[in-house]
Structures are given as C-alpha cells and as structure tokens.
Design a protein around this ligand. Sequence first.
Ligand SMILES: *Cc1c(COP(=O)(O)O)cnc(C)c1O
Length: 393
Amino acid sequence: MTDWQELDKKYIMNYINRIPVTLVRGEGARVWDDNGREYLDFVGGTAVNSLGHCHPVVIEAVTEQAQVLTQASALYYSVPQVKLAQLLVENSCLDKAFICNSGTEANEGAVKLARRYGHLKLNGAYEVITTKNSFHGRTLVMTAATGQENMQKPYVPLPPGFKHVAYSDIEAIKAATTDRTCAIMLEPIQGEGGVNVPDDDYLSKVRAWCDEKGILLILDEIQTGVGRIGSLFGYQEYGVEPDIMSLAKGMGSGIPIGAFLAKDSAAVFVPGDHGSTFGGNALTCAVAYAVIKYIVENNIAGNAKKVGQYLIEGLKGLQQKYPFITDVRGRGLLVAIGLDRDISQEVMMACLERGLLVNRVKPNALRFIPPLIIGNSEVDEALGILDKALSTV
Ligand SMILES: *Cc1c(COP(=O)(O)O)cnc(C)c1O
C-alpha cells in the first residue's frame, strides 16, 4: 500500500504537524481513512463542512454547474454569482457582496474597503482595531491583524495599521480609538483563539461606540457565520448589525469560497478598486448558493442551536465526572472544553483511537465543530467516546 504520509513528508512543505491519518472518503458526519477505518467527524474540515461530507445538494450543484460553465471572468456578468449575492443580501442586513475564494481574502477585502472608507469619509483614517487572541488569516496583512504573537514573530516587520486590544473589553477599544481609526474588526466568538465567548452586551457596546465615533464595525464571521452558532449569521444572536461582514468556511460545505458584504453606506469601492481572478467563479458560486439555500430553507441554523445545546449539556455532564475540565464554552455548534493542564493532544489522540475526530484548538482546550446537520444521536456517540478517552488521561 502506498505510504501517503511518507510522500507528504517528502513533497509537501513542513508547515504543520499533521495527525497521522489519511482521510480518503466522507459521507455526512463520517469519514474513512485509507485503511478503511471509520471516524465520527467533529472537526468537519475545521468548521467547513456545514452540510457534512458529500451532501447530495453539493454533489448535484458541482455536477450540474461543471457541465455548463465553471469560470468566465469578472469582466462579464455571471448568473451563479448574482444568485449567491442576492441570497446573501436578502438574508442579511448587508446590501452588497464581493465574492472571493477564502476567509483570509475576505478579510483582506473587508479591510481594504474600510481603508477606502477612511480615505473618503474619515480624513484618511486607516487604522483598524482588532483583539488579542483573534484570528483573521495568514496573508501578511491578516497576520498583522491577527492578535497572536506566535503567528506574527516569524514574519516581522509586518504591515502597519492594526492595534490589538483585550477581547470583550469595551473600555480597551475606547482607549485605543484615535483620529486614525477607521474600523473595529471582531469575531462574534473567537474561534481559533480557543472558542472565547464575549459578554452578552459586548457587541452592542462596540456597535454604539462605532456609531458615536462614525467608524465602521467589521464582523469576521468566517467561522461564526452560515448557521454555525445558531442563527444564519452570528450577529443575529447578539442583535447587532455590522457595517461589513466577512464569510467563508461553511459557505460551500467543502468547496473553497469566501465573501465580504457591506451596507450601502460602506460599500464605497469604485471600478478598479478591487478584484480577483477566481473570485465569483460560476462553479463555487453555484455550490455556495445551493448550500446556503438549503441551510435557509431547512433551518439548519436552528438545528445547530438545538443540537449545540444538547452537546453543551452533555459536556457539562462530563465536567461533573472529570474535574480537570475547567469550563464548557461556546454557542450553537462552536463549542470547546477547557482543561486545567496541557493535555488536549493526549485526549484528542485517545478520541482518534476510538473513532472520533475532535480538534485540539489550544494545548489546554478541545474544540467541537461538527457538521450542522448532526442530531442528538451523533452527540451521544461522541460523548461516549470522549468519556472513555478522558478516563485514560
Ligand atoms: C478560518 C478563519 C479565517 C481564515 O480563513 P481561511 O479560509 O483559512 O483563509 C479568518 N478568520 C476566522 C475567524 C477564521 O475562523
């Protein structure tokens, strides 16, 4: 049998410590490795496979669109792109969309738009306030936006224009705001930073501050959007409207796509200001349209809320049994447990051996981000495996 892991080490850059499993097939919330072993997938492509793996809606959209037109060019009008943008706008508080290919690109575009706004309306203000432990992507500019020193250090000097303040701390934002500030950029819940849930009134206080200062609120909903935390968009959970919102991960249930949307008042681009060769291509737009339409029509966000609550209760049950679980945090199906020691790697591997994929989001935290279509029975199965894994550490 081919040793794909050896070949990976030989041919692929050494940028990540992979888990020693080669996944070759998926269906719903299950995946299989090249030895035919089955796993229950509570990672879901890192919060990407919103409808699980190989959902019929995705297969149909890929197959149909691939036979018609995959990519023309941004130079011409495109039916799937218009349909996707219309669907996003009609189901959100935003008015205009730009479709791109990934989360990082969506945030780059969102920050470019905010800078454009600053040039035109705020006397050249350009600075964006973001938070510590945030994650906004991997390009140089988004590395600068990300509030995590370990990701920044290897790449200094980074592009200027970002200030990092404590999360869920409105006073810190107020203190950091100056004449140069054009926007505040936040995740409604910090995902990669460890599933950090802010105070309930944090986002509404930030919104009020942005209104008072006339600056923009950018919500990075790349992880929280598209049903993940119990509403179609995370901001709806907090009753707050952003001026700009970025999306990606769950949009296409596995195909690469991202977007940023803005209110008409903030959508200040003019022709030539931005672009993307692959962005808005017919193939990925047709899939994302089908996925999001399915999510809306079948209230998949409501399912995430209900099943997420069940998961959180189950994890709290395990916390009673294992006092080294410090807390259960999250919303919808973006959930984590904190651990009082750095044993998440060990627990993750013990789960893997027993047929469950979970994500070690921090050395002392495990994250659960399954497909949004799971039911309580998958949660029961995952909790059973996690219980056994926890009993070994
Ligand atoms: C994953 C993620 C990104 C980066 O998205 P990519 O598609 O990996 O470029 C940015 N922001 C948040 C909140 C994310 O979760």
